[in-house]
Design a protein around this ligand. Structure first.
Ligand code: SF4
Length: 333
C-alpha cells in the first residue's frame, strides 16, 4: 500500500478560560480535541461524525494549522506541520484547503464570483498574468458546474447550491492535495445536497484528492466515505471501514449513531429512532467523566469502565475501537 499523505498523531487542542471575577479568578481548561490519531491516503475519504460539541470542526482547523494544537503532530507528505513558522505554514496551505459550512456567509458579498475564486491565485502568485488567472477561473467554474459567463455575478445572484460550487472552485483553484469539507451541505436543501455530494465525489476521483468529510448527517457520510471516524467529547471512539461501521459497529456510541441514520421511509425512520437508545446530553466539557468518557451514557458499562480509560486499539479486522468490551459485544445494526 502507498504511504499515507496525512498522518495525525496524538493531536490535542485545549482552550483556557477564566471564571469568578478578579478576586476569585479560576482557570478552567476545555479539551476540545484529545489525542486524535489517524492516517489518510491519496484518493481516500475519511468521514468524521459525532454530535455537536464532539470536536470535529476544531480537529479540522488544527490539522490545517488554523488553530495551534497543544499536543501532538500533523505530518503532511512526511513533513511535520506543527513545528512550522506561520509563513511556511501559509505556503503549505496551497496543498491543504477547506470548504466551509455556510456557502452564502462564507463568500464576500462585495466580490464577484470570478474574484472570489481567483483570490487565492492573486495571494500566492501575485505575478500571474491577468489572462492566465481569468482562464484558470473560468476553467474552475466549468469544473464545478457553473457557467463561465457567470464570472462577473455577485453571490446574491446565485442560489445556495451555486454559492457552495463557488466555494468549492475557490478551494480547488490552487490544485490542493487535501480537501477538508466541514459540514459542506448541511445548510442546503436535501435535493441540492445530493448534487453537491456527487460533485465532490467526482472531483475527488478526477483529482485524486485526499478528503476529510465532516458531517452530522450519517447518510451523507455513508455515501461519500471509505472509512468513518466517530468522535465523542474530543476523542475517537472508533475508526472503521464504512461497510463495517454501518453494518456492525464496534463501539456502543457508533451503534447508537448508526441506528439513528435517516431512513427515507417515515415509518422505518420512526422505528430506527426508537431502536436508537442514545438518550441524555453529552456531559459538560468542563466535567469530563473519569474512565471511559462515554460511560455515563453507555448501557453496556461495567465497573471497569468507570475507572480505566480504554485505549484506541486495532482489532483483527484492521478497524480501531476504544472500548473495553469490543470483543464481547455484538452491535450489529
Ligand atoms: Fe461502554 Fe465500557 Fe465500552 Fe465505554 S468501555 S463504551 S462504558 S462498554
Amino acid at each position: 500500500m502507498s504511504k499515507p499523505v496525512l498522518r495525525v498523531q496524538d493531536l490535542a487542542v485545549t482552550f483556557t478560560s477564566f471564571t469568578g471575577g478578579w478576586l476569585h479568578r479560576k482557570e478552567r481548561t476545555l479539551r476540545a480535541v484529545d489525542g486524535i490519531s489517524f492516517e489518510l491516503h491519496a484518493g481516500e475519504t475519511l468521514g468524521i461524525v459525532g454530535e455537536s460539541g464532539s470536536g470535529k470542526s476544531t480537529l479540522a482547523r488544527a490539522i490545517l494549522g488554523l488553530i495551534r494544537p497543544s499536543r501532538g503532530r500533523v505530518q503532511w507528505m512526511g513533513e511535520d506541520l506543527t513545528g512550522l513558522e506561520e509563513e511556511d505554514l501559509r505556503q503549505k496551505r496551497k496543498q491543504l484547503q477547506i470548504v466551509f459550512q455556510d456557502p452564502i456567509a462564507s463568500l464576500n458579498p462585495r466580490m464577484t464570483a470570478g474574484d472570489i475564486i481567483a483570490e487565492p491565485l492573486w495571494t500566492f502568485y501575485p505575478n500571474m498574468e491577468r489572462l492566465q488567472v481569468d482562464e484558470r477561473t473560468r476553467g474552475m467554474m466549468k469544473m464545478v458546474g457553473l457557467l463561465p459567463n457567470q464570472i462577473n455575478r455577485y453571490p446574491h445572484e446565485f442560489s445556495g447550491g451555486q454559492c457552495q460550487r463557488i466555494g468549492i472552485a475557490r478551494s480547488l483553484v490552487l490544485n490542493p492535495r487535501l480537501l477538508i469539507c466541514d459540514e459542506p451541505v448541511s445548510a442546503l436543501d436535501v435535493s441540492i445536497q445530493a448534487q453537491i455530494i456527487n460533485l465532490m465525489k467526482g472531483l475527488q476521483k478526477k483529482l485524486g484528492l485526499a478528503l476529510i468529510f465532516i458531517a452530522h448527517d450519517l447518510s451523507v457520510v455513508r455515501h461519500i466515505s471509505d472509512r468513518v471516524m466517530v468522535m465523542y467529547m474530543g476523542q475517537a471512539m472508533e475508526v472503521s471501514a464504512k461497510t463495517a461501521m454501518y453494518r456492525r459497529p464496534l463501539h456502543p456510541y457508533s451503534n447508537a449513531l448508526m441506528k439513528s441514520v435517516a431512513v427515507p421511509d417515515p415509518k422505518l425512520a420512526r422505528a430506527a429512532r426508537q431502536e436508537s437508545w442514545l438518550t441524555g446530553d453529552m456531559p459538560s466539557p468542563y466535567q469530563r467523566p473519569q474512565g471511559c468518557i462515554f460511560h455515563t451514557r453507555c448501557p453496556y458499562r461495567v465497573k471497569r469502565c468507570e475507572a480505566d480509560v480504554p485505549a484506541l486499539r486495532r482489532m483483527e479486522s484492521g478497524d480501531w475501537v476504544a472500548c473495553h468490551r469490543a470483543e464481547d459485544l455484538d452491535l450489529a445494526i
